[in-house]
Design a protein around this ligand. Structure first.
Ligand SMILES: Nc1nc2c(c(=O)[nH]1)N[C@H]1C(S)=C(S)[C@@H](COP(=O)(O)O)O[C@H]1N2
Ligand SMILES: [Mo]
Length: 317
């Protein structure tokens, strides 16, 4: 996250050509040749692993980042620390069978299969911006459901003040976990209970209408749109209710750089760079030259600002 700044590689050079061509072929067959040219690239990737998705009123109206950018420019240190590594190294990552352990201050602890976890929930499409702490952003059409709906099913007790999350630890499959010069494994994150229960916070298992690509955190990841991207932990195997504030991976690396709250805030700079502006990825050559202003809470202040009323956000960053 802090070390590398690779040059942008055109995504057409990264996406395996066969996949790219198949996708184009599918769209041509469905819509006819002429339609293809008229469609924004964002829509060209749409397929239908999840038919009849409910549209969410929480979606942003901004134009989504092209699919190839979303799936080839990733932070997923378990698969290497460069932006292009996860798309290549996560290709054979095994996401079935998958289970999630629910434990801590909760009435129904246990290990649940992914099917059990997902069964009762209605999936919807939520178009959210994701703002990385490194000052780039994307807009992604996620497929998911509110985290609150899941947490309520398992009955958090009165002692549940925070929710902690853990990513799979499996160095045989995740080559980044073999490196001694990377993060502490497993990757862990956490939210205050009210943040976790907010309707904007979702668990995602898809994007662009298809099953979540492995490099984006399959089979199940968190998405918290008003916080820096590192909060949105990928490939979750454990959800743990705690009374005390849980440790976070990036907080351990640099407590002065990556706070627990990690709220997007142009007024609080990262110690080594400004957070006032950002570069929206995938808008083409010219747009990559122009920075746009970062908005407080990533544009979601109206919905979640009240969660931080009275707090000194320069200290609780
Ligand atoms: N387990 C795990 N989750 C993670 C990360 C990671 O390295 N490991 N990177 C985080 C960071 S820094 C960002 S910006 C987002 C990127 O999500 P995306 O690749 O789907 O855009 O994932 C977050 N979740
Ligand atoms: Mo990030």
């Amino acid at each position: 996250m802090l070390i590398q700044r690779p040059a942008d590689i055109p995504s057409s050079e990264i996406t395996p050509k066969s996949v790219y061509l198949q996708r184009r072929q599918f769209i041509q067959n469905t819509l006819g040749l002429g339609a293809l040219a008229l469609l924004p690239e964002a829509l060209q990737a749409k397929s239908s692993d999840f038919p009849r998705l409910k549209k969410s009123p929480y979606s942003t109206s901004e134009t989504p980042t092209p699919y190839d950018k979303v799936t080839n420019y990733n932070n997923f240190y378990e698969f290497g620390s460069s932006k292009s590594a996860p798309a290549l190294l996560a290709k054979y990552f095994k996401t079935t069978p998958w289970s999630v352990r629910i434990d801590g201050a909760v009435e129904k602890p246990g290990t649940y299969t992914l099917e059990d976890i997902l069964k009762p929930h209605t999936l919807e499409e939520r178009i959210y911006r994701l703002r990385c702490v490194e000052a780039w952003s994307m807009v992604i059409p996620w497929v998911g459901f509110p985290l609150a709906d899941l947490l309520k099913r398992f009955g958090p007790t009165a002692n549940a003040k925070y929710v902690a999350f853990e990513t799979l630890h499996d160095p045989e499959q995740m080559p980044g976990q073999k490196s001694r010069f990377s993060l502490d494994w497993p990757y862990v994150e956490g939210l205050r209970m009210d943040e976790a229960m907010h309707p904007l916070t979702i668990l995602a298992m898809g994007l662009y209408g298809e099953t979540l690509p492995k490099q984006n955190g399959a089979p199940l990841r968190l998405v918290v749109p008003w916080k820096y991207g590192f909060k949105s932990i990928k490939s979750i195997v454990r959800i743990h209710f705690t009374e005390t504030r849980p440790a976070t991976t990036w907080g351990r690396m640099g407590p002065d750089e990556y706070g627990f709250y990690a709220n997007v805030n142009p007024a609080v700079d990262h110690p080594r760079w400004s957070q006032k502006t950002e570069r929206k990825l995938g808008g083409g050559f010219f747009s990559s030259l122009f920075k746009q202003e970062t908005r407080f809470l990533n544009g979601y202040a109206e919905q979640v600002g009240h969660l931080y009323a009275g707090m000194d956000l320069s200290k609780a960053f």
